[in-house]
Design a protein around this ligand. Structure first.
Ligand code: NAP
Length: 288
């Protein structure tokens, strides 16, 4: 029997997106049309679907959304040329390169070509540096979404022990930096565990807030969770369209609060992308 309170992402995303829409309207009233450009390389069905959904949502929020679709055979230089054009275009405030890209291309190299101020994923090395230094800039979407999720659901973070399982560049590492910052919705005692810590359950069992960020289906089991703790499932693996979360469902029997198997961290990640885009437009137009 599950006793844990559920922490869904949808109402968090809804609130963030309504703030984004208001901010877009304010920019438009001031004569600025926020533009979020999208780049798709190749013909992967899932990637094309994600870009379609994001473009539709961008339009609903009031963004214009120029789109470039490169053939699967595009070279690294072709991709860099598209990014250079968007970098130079003052009417474009944010650029999203849909991941994954075909295997012969290097995503990280392409990302490094992008103007960091237009990086709506918040993953550019300059933005990671800004995060480390506490400087303003686009934040990595999944970590920012998790902070927003905890704040929305009234989970206190400040002064509490957060343990993150995983130190990956997308999730664990930036989340650790974010939640250790001196702000009311962060300010936590953060511990990061990984494959180098053989007895990682020793740490997760004492966590008041446990974030799974490993990408290993079912790795977090009830015996790894402190009774009453808050459990956030960030890590997932996809097998085809099937989503396999890090957090085993039975953790709900021990946790005090837990993100749902589907519809937890995911919706907040997408919302943060649009927040980054509108914030980029504000900063670039001097209205930030
Ligand atoms: N929900 C969302 O919207 C969303 C968005 C982005 C990412 N994600 C998910 O977040 C997860 C993390 O992504 P990432 O790119 O940050 O990470 P990553 O680079 O895949 O790294 C995974 C981390 O987990 C650790 N780990 C893996 N197996 C382990 C084990 N058996 N015991 C202990 N630690 C283990 C690894 O340790 P080592 O460093 O020692 O190898 C590594 O630090 C992925 O599942 C990804 O799909 C979800």
């Amino acid at each position: 029997m599950s006793s844990a309170r559920l922490l869904p992402g949808a109402p968090v995303a809804e609130q963030v997106l309504s703030e984004v829409a208001a901010s877009v309207a304010e920019l438009r009233a001031a004569g600025v049309t926020p533009a979020l450009a999208t780049v798709l390389v190749g013909d992967d069905d899932a990637s094309a679907g994600y870009i379609r959904i994001k473009s539709r949502q961008a339009a609903e929020l009031g963004f214009v959304s120029p789109h470039v679709h490169l053939a699967a055979s595009a070279s690294q230089a072709d991709l860099h040329a598209v990014l250079a054009d968007f970098n130079a275009d003052k009417t474009v405030h944010g650029v999203l390169v849909q991941y994954p890209i075909p295997g012969h291309l290097d995503y990280d190299r392409a990302l490094a070509e992008l103007d960091p101020d237009k990086d709506v994923d918040g993953m550019h090395p300059v933005n990671m540096g800004r995060l480390a230094l506490g400087l303003p800039g686009p934040l990595p979407c999944t970590p920012a979404g998790i902070e927003a999720l905890l704040a929305f659901h009234g989970v206190p973070v400040a002064g509490r022990e957060v343990v993150i399982l995983g130190r990956g560049a997308t999730l664990g590492r930036p989340l650790a930096m974010l939640l250790a910052q001196k702000r009311p919705t962060a300010n936590a005692a953060v511990t990061v565990v990984h494959t180098g810590v053989a007895d990682w359950p020793r740490y997760t069992r004492r966590a008041e807030i446990l974030v799974a960020a490993a990408g290993v289906p079912g790795i977090v089991r009830p015996e790894h969770v402190r009774p009453g703790a808050v459990v956030v499932g960030g890590g997932v693996r996809y097998e085809g369209r099937r989503l396999l979360p890090d957090v085993d469902e039975s953790c709900a029997e021990v946790a005090g609060a837990i993100t749902p198997r589907v519809g937890g961290v995911g919706p907040t990640t997408v919302a943060m992308l649009f927040r980054n885009a509108v914030d980029a437009a504000r900063r670039q137009s001097g209205l930030g």
